[in-house]
Design a protein around this ligand. Structure first.
Ligand code: ZN
Length: 372
C-alpha cells in the first residue's frame, strides 16, 4: 500500500480542460503530478503569443492543434489567472511549473525564436517568474534538447538561451527556497559532461533540486556525488527499459505506417503478409516511414529498425526457435530455409506469403540513422 504515487513528469497543462479529473493518472494510482515540464506551459502568456505557444505545445506533444485549440479557453494571461482557470474540481494534486518558453516569448517577443536574451530581457523573465511563483507555481522548467522543435521545425525558444539565462532563473527560484527546476539538457537522454556541469551550476545558484530528464543510468554517480555535497540533481529513472510491444497478429509491425490505414493494424498475419508484399503499398509505407516526424522535423518517421525488434513469445511450438531472435535474423533464417527447400530436387517453391528479400523499408539504401 502507498498513499499515492507522485508522477514527476507530465504535460497536463491543457488536460483539465477536457478531463478535469485527469483520470488516466488516477487509474494508475497517481495522486500528485508535476506538470509544465520541458519549458512548455500555457502561462504566463499574452494573447499575441498564444497561437505560437499552442502550436509548439502540439508539435512537441504530438497533438493536433485543432483538438487542443478547441478546448483551451484562454481566459488568462498571468500565472495566477491560469491557476484559477484550471481550479475546476481537479481529480488529483497538480504541481505546476512555469515554462521557460512563455517567459521568453513574453519578455522578448519574436526575438525569443532567434537569439539569447539581453540582461534586461533576463531581468524581465525573472520578474515574470517571481510573480508566477508568488501566485503558486512550483518551480520552472526548460529544454535545450534537439528533440524539441517548433511548428516549422525550428528550435523552440529556450534552445536559444545562453547558460546564464538558466542560472539567473535558478537564482530567482532560490529566493523562494521551495520548488524544483526541470531541465532537459542538450544531450537529452545522454547528458554530456558540459551538460552535467551546467545542471550543477543551476542547482548551486538556486539551492533547489534540479530534475534532468534522462534515462541514462551512467549519470547515477553524478547524482550521488551531488547529493553527497548537499546539492540535489535528480534523475527520473524508468522502472524498466524503454520498449514497445508489437503483436504480429494485431499490428502490421510498422508503427509509423499504421497511418496508411487503421484497418490494416487489425489485419491478421495471414492477410497482412500479402498486403505487405504489394509493391504499391510498400512504396506508400516506405514514404511514410522516411517522412520527417511532425514533432521532430529533420528526423525520419518513427520507424523501429527491424534489427531492434525481438521475438519474445510465440504461440506455436514450431516457432519456438524464433524466441530472442531479432526480426532481421528471423527473416534471414526463414529465407535460408526457403532456399534450402527450393534447392532440394523436385521441391516445389510454395512460399505462400513471400515477402521480397530486399530490406522491406529500404533502410539499407538510406543514409539516415535509426531513430529509436
Ligand atoms: Zn516533457
Amino acid at each position: 500500500m502507498t498513499p499515492g504515487i507522485i508522477d514527476t513528469h507530465t504535460h497536463y497543462d491543457a488536460q483539465p480542460f477536457w478531463d478535469r479529473l485527469c483520470t488516466s493518472s488516477i487509474w494508475h494510482g497517481v495522486t500528485t503530478v508535476l506538470m509544465g515540464n520541458c519549458g512548455l506551459t500555457l502561462a504566463p502568456l499574452r494573447p499575441e503569443h498564444r497561437d505560437a505557444m499552442l502550436a509548439t505545445f502540439c508539435c512537441v506533444e504530438d497533438i493536433p492543434v485543432r483538438s487542443l485549440a478547441s478546448v483551451v479557453p484562454w481566459n488568462w494571461e498571468n500565472f495566477d489567472e491560469y491557476l484559477n482557470a484550471i481550479d475546476i474540481g481537479l481529480g488529483l494534486n497538480l504541481m505546476p511549473l512555469v515554462g521557460h518558453n512563455p517567459l521568453r516569448l513574453s519578455a522578448m517577443d519574436q526575438a525569443a525564436w532567434d537569439r539569447a536574451a539581453t540582461p534586461d530581457e533576463i531581468a524581465h523573465m525573472q520578474r515574470l517568474l517571481r510573480e508566477s511563483l508568488e501566485a503558486g507555481a512550483w518551480g520552472w522548467s526548460t529544454t535545450d534538447s534537439p528533440t524539441h522543435a517548433g511548428p516549422q521545425g525550428q528550435p523552440v525558444p529556450t534552445r536559444l538561451a545562453a547558460d546564464e539565462e538558466r542560472v539567473a532563473l535558478g537564482r530567482t527560484l532560490g529566493e523562494f527556497n521551495r520548488g524544483i527546476i526541470e531541465i532537459l539538457p542538450k544531450g537529452a537522454g545522454k547528458p554530456s559532461p558540459a551538460d552535467l556541469d551546467h545542471l550543477r551550476d543551476v542547482a548551486v545558484a538556486s539551492g533547489r533540486p534540479v530534475f534532468f530528464l534522462s534515462f541514462d543510468t551512467n549519470a547515477w554517480p553524478y547524482v550521488a556525488e551531488g547529493h553527497s555535497r548537499g546539492r540535489a540533481a535528480l534523475q527520473p529513472a524508468a522502472g524498466h527499459p524503454l520498449q514497445s510491444a508489437v503483436h504480429a497478429e494485431e499490428d502490421d509491425l510498422l508503427p509509423q505506417p499504421r497511418r496508411v490505414g487503421r484497418r490494416d493494424a487489425a489485419a491478421t498475419r495471414r492477410s497482412a503478409a500479402p498486403r505487405c508484399a504489394d509493391p504499391e503499398r510498400r512504396a506508400k509505407m516506405r514514404d511514410q516511414a522516411l517522412k520527417p516526424q511532425r514533432r521532430r522535423p529533420g528526423v525520419p518517421g518513427r520507424l523501429v529498425p527491424w534489427r531492434s525488434i525481438f521475438v519474445r513469445k510465440v504461440k506455436l511450438a514450431k516457432n519456438q526457435g524464433l524466441v530472442d531472435q531479432s526480426l532481421t535474423d528471423a527473416r534471414r533464417e526463414a529465407e535460408q530455409a526457403r532456399r534450402r527447400r527450393h534447392a532440394r530436387p523436385g521441391a516445389r517453391g510454395r512460399a505462400r506469403h513471400r515477402v521480397p528479400a530486399d530490406d522491406p523499408l529500404g533502410r539499407g539504401r538510406s543514409r539516415r540513422s535509426p531513430t529509436w
